[in-house]
Structures are given as structure tokens and as C-alpha cells.
Design a protein around this ligand. Structure first.
Ligand code: SAM
Length: 492
């Protein structure tokens, strides 16, 4: 059962992301594009195993203050045996929680509708792949993670497995929403603004949804085909631009995402893909970043830098929680930055409609490498980084951590969110590494990486740790100099 629960997310991830051949990150014609092979794992470059401790044990040894979510998810197990039992339990829990007032009803209604949409979209992607001419038999065994010598099989298409997995995922989604809504009630952040925006938000437009579903299903066929046939030619990004701008590891089509990070089609598909993968949990997991900021922030008037902001969805939740703050956001993909600017404008329009008299801080987006940030030393109060490290080799993780520490002001906060690692969800440990087989070459070292040490070597001190479903958040403060009377930190 455990294997099944972990396997379908991987499968649904394989259904995820961008479509066929289209706009690539270059103005050159497709004929001039050369395929950049995915970089092979460079073992010398990867983190050496330190000892037998899990990453969670290492986090604890560093002394992060652990929020209650850490223990909750360490012990978490689906509430029932089997898919139907879990679906029933999830529905009962959501109804019970949703009945606790008007906000709760809106919150759960909205989130369950989203989760159901993404579940339907994921199933449509699998079925479309199955019906497609390119449908290739799976050449590996997801249970052992080794290429299979037995006859090809497609376990994901077996109905009982699908039901079991969907049931478990729905139950986990409801547990994630309970935590997220609990934080709204505590005042950690407001109700999600896109939900409050209601029918004005583009995500409720049938045309927008149909376009997203079309893109998703096309991409599901492409990704499943690549994943299943395991053809070396399916790795890497066809790229004809300035390769000096992009590190080798960047020119990989992570999880077989068409064009990698380098096309507008990829950027337009990213969120619907990842939310399908997570059955609508991604927004709530990303809002983990707001937990330590609430503990740290004495005002709502500070400067934030988001590193590797992607399409900038979290950026809108950050701004919605702290509307007066000035935010800078960087990413290496110009296409993802373009999406992020679009989100920023939609959020600003929402604020003008709902709170016209309140001042809103500025937002600036720029193309930059996390390993070489353009910001000056000690120039921002809060640095946020979400879902980057699992796609970096060890040395790049170290360099990015050092850069985030460098630009953070004394007394400031660095907030890091990414996938859970070993020991964060012990029930998943045995299968956690399987994600590498979906063209995630740095995942095996990521899951044991001592992330705390990377930031502490750069001069930061551990602050808080939180977990939400399959994501974790570590945060750090930059100590003040002993003679600096103006440096304020809650931790000093
Ligand atoms: C998995 S996505 C996460 C995006 C966003 N933070 C989110 O959570 O939705 C990874 C992002 O990191 C960016 N990225 C990868 N390597 C980078 C680097 N060295 N510097 C800056 N951005 C990078 C990619 O362009 C992509 O937008």
C-alpha cells in the first residue's frame, strides 16, 4: 500500500507539465536548436554521505524550533485501509471541518473543488496516454526502482491501484487543508486571495480551464511516453540561446517537462501540472514559507527577495499577507518570470478592487542565477526560496545558500521550502528516492542533504522547522553584530 501511495504521485507527476514542440527560449529557428543532454550525475560533485542519520534527525540536531506539524506528518498514516475507506474518511472530515463557519465552508468547498478538478485532469492524462499511438509499455519496475527484466507492465492503469492511491491522496489533501486553514484561523496569513476573488479570478473561467486541461493532456502523453520508453534522446532541452547564462544542470528537462524551463508553453502549464501532481495541495504546502515569517515579522513593512520564484504564485500569497512590503523576485527562466509578472498584476488588481485606499509595496522581477544573486550584501530583510534545491547538484545548493545568506541583513530571515527528506515522513523513506527515475538526477543526494549545514556554514542560525504533507520548511536568522544596536532580531 505504501508503495502504491508513493507511486501514483510519481505517475501523476509524469502526467504533468508542458506540451509538444513550440516556443523555445531563443529567437532562433527550431532547426538551429541543439539538444543538450541531461548532465549525468557527477558523483564527485554530490554531497558525501555524512553518517547514517536521516535528514530529519540532522535537522533536530541543529536545534530548529519544531512546529507541531513536524511531529504530525512524521506520524501521519492514511485514516483507513483501502481507497474507498480513505475517500469516505476524507469526505467525512472535510464535511465536519467545513461546517465550522462561513469561512470554513468557503475554504473547504473551494479546495475540494480544486482537488477534484486536478484528480479528473490527472485521470484524463493517463487515459489519453493509454489511447495514444505513442503509448509505450513501461520498461521499469516502480516497486523496485530497477529496470525490470520481466514483461512490460503498466501498474498505474490497474483500477484498484488507482482507487487506492486516489483515496490516500484525497485523505492526505484534506489533512493538508486542515493545517492550512488552521493557520488562516491563527492569523498566520489571510484566506487565499484567489479564492476570495471568486468568479473574477481567471481560474474559474471555463475557457481558461479548458486551455489548461488541453495543455495538460498533451503534455501527459508526451511525458508518459518519454518516461516509459526511456530513450536517451528524450533527456535534455533543445536550446539554441546563450548557454553561458545557464549552468549545465539547468538545461535538463526535469520530470521530462517539454522544453525544461525554457519556453512560454512550459511556464503556462507549470502550475496546473504541479497542482495535478499534488492533487491541489501545492499552494497550501508553499504557504509553509509564511509560518516563520509570521513568527519573525514585527511589522509588514520590509524587503523580501524570492529566489527561483518560478511562475510567482507564492509571491502573490506573500504579498497578500504583507501588502506593504517591497518584493524582488529572481529566476533563471525569462518565461517563468513573465508568468510571475502576470500573477503580480492580477493580485494588484484584486487589491485595488477590494482595498483601494491601502498602499501596496512594489514588485520587481529579474532574471538571475541563485548562485550569483544581483542584490547587494545585507540588502534584504527576508529571503524566500521554494522547490529549488532538489533540482540542484550539491555544490550549486551550497552556492545558492551562501548567496541567500550574503544578501540577508543582520537580524533578517532566510526561509527555505522543498520536498520532504529522509525521516520527515518515515513511511515514505523506502520509496522517496524513486522520484529520480522521473528525470530528477539530483534527488538521491537531495533527500539526505544536510540543508541546515549549508546555511549555517554561510553564517546563519537555525530558526524554525515546519512540515506540510510532502514539503518541509527550514528557516534561519542572520545574527546581529554584538555592537549593532539597531539590528533587531526576535531570536537574539
Ligand atoms: C520547481 S520550480 C519552482 C518554482 C517556484 N519556486 C515554485 O515553487 O513554484 C524551479 C524553479 O527554479 C528555477 N531555477 C532552477 N535553477 C535555478 C538557478 N540556478 N537560479 C535561479 N533559478 C533557478 C527554474 O527556472 C524554476 O522556475
Amino acid at each position: 500500500m505504501r508503495l502504491v501511495v508513493f507511486w501514483l504521485p510519481i505517475l501523476t507527476n509524469a502526467l504533468v507539465v508542458p506540451v509538444n514542440k513550440r516556443t523555445v527560449a531563443t529567437r532562433r529557428s527550431a532547426a538551429t536548436l541543439k539538444r543538450t543532454e541531461a548532465p549525468p550525475l557527477d558523483v564527485k560533485n554530490e554531497a558525501p554521505p555524512v553518517d547514517d542519520a536521516t535528514a530529519a534527525e540532522t535537522d533536530r540536531s541543529h536545534g530548529f524550533a519544531e512546529g507541531p506539524s513536524v511531529a504530525f506528518w512524521q506520524k501521519y498514516a492514511p485514516p483507513a485501509e483501502g481507497g474507498i475507506g480513505n475517500l469516505r474518511a476524507a469526505a467525512a472530515k472535510a464535511l465536519q471541518s467545513g461546517a465550522k463557519g462561513a469561512d470554513a465552508m468557503r475554504y473547504y468547498g473551494y479546495h475540494l473543488a480544486r482537488a477534484t478538478f486536478f484528480a479528473g485532469q490527472g485521470a484524463a492524462g493517463v487515459l489519453a496516454y493509454q489511447a495514444s499511438a505513442s503509448s509505450a509499455p513501461y520498461r521499469g519496475d516502480p516497486a523496485t526502482t530497477e529496470p525490470s527484466k520481466g514483461p512490460p507492465r503498466s501498474p498505474a492503469f490497474e483500477l484498484p491501484i488507482l482507487v487506492d492511491t486516489m483515496g490516500a491522496l484525497f485523505a492526505e489533501a484534506v489533512a493538508t487543508y486542515e493545517q492550512d486553514f488552521g493557520e488562516v484561523q491563527k492569523g498566520t496569513f489571510p484566506l487565499p486571495w484567489d479564492m476570495v476573488d471568486g468568479v473574477r479570478n481567471r481560474q474559474t473561467s471555463p475557457l481558461f480551464l479548458a486551455d489548461q486541461a488541453r495543455r495538460y493532456v498533451n503534455e501527459a502523453i508526451s511525458i508518459l511516453t518519454k518516461r516509459n520508453r526511456r530513450d536517451p534522446g528524450d533527456f535534455g532541452v533543445p536550446y539554441g540561446g546563450n548557454a553561458d547564462l545557464y549552468p549545465d544542470y539547468y538545461l535538463n528537462n526535469f520530470h521530462f517537462q517539454t522544453d525544461g524551463w525554457l519556453s512560454s508553453d512550459s511556464a503556462k502549464l507549470y502550475e496546473t501540472s504541479t497542482e495535478t501532481l499534488f492533487l491541489g495541495r501545492q499552494d497550501s504546502m508553499q504557504r509553509l514559507a509564511l509560518y516563520p515569517i509570521r513568527s519573525w515579522a514585527a511589522t509588514d513593512d520590509f524587503k523580501v527577495l524570492e529566489v527561483a520564484c518560478g511562475t510567482g504564485r507564492l509571491n502573490t500569497f506573500l504579498r497578500d499577507a504583507y501588502p506593504r512590503m517591497d518584493v524582488s523576485a529572481v529566476d533563471l527562466s525569462p518565461f517563468y518570470l513573465e508568468e510571475a509578472r502576470g500573477h503580480a498584476k492580477r493580485w494588484e488588481a484584486f487589491r485595488r478592487r477590494t482595498q483601494p485606499s491601502q498602499r501596496v509595496g512594489t514588485a520587481k522581477f529579474a532574471q538571475a542565477n541563485a548562485e550569483k544573486l544581483p542584490q547587494a550584501d545585507e540588502s534584504v530583510d527576508v529571503v524566500v526560496n521554494v522547490y529549488l534545491f532538489h533540482e540542484l547538484p550539491h555544490e550549486a545548493r551550497r552556492a545558492a545558500a551562501a548567496e541567500m545568506a550574503r544578501v540577508c541583513k543582520p537580524g533578517g530571515l532566510v526561509v527555505w521550502v522543498d520536498s520532504v527528506q529522509t525521516g520527515d515522513r518515515p513511511a515514505l523513506d523506502a520509496t522517496l528516492g524513486n522520484f529520480q527515475y522521473l528525470n530528477e538526477p539530483h534527488y538521491p543526494t537531495y533527500i539526505n542533504e544536510d540543508v541546515g549545514a549549508l546555511f549555517m556554514e554561510a553564517g546563519l542560525e537555525p530558526f524554525e522547522k515546519h512540515t506540510s504533507s510532502t514539503s518541509k520548511c527550514l528557516s534561519f536568522v542572520k545574527p546581529c553584530a554584538a555592537d549593532d544596536d539597531y539590528c533587531l532580531t526576535k531570536v537574539a
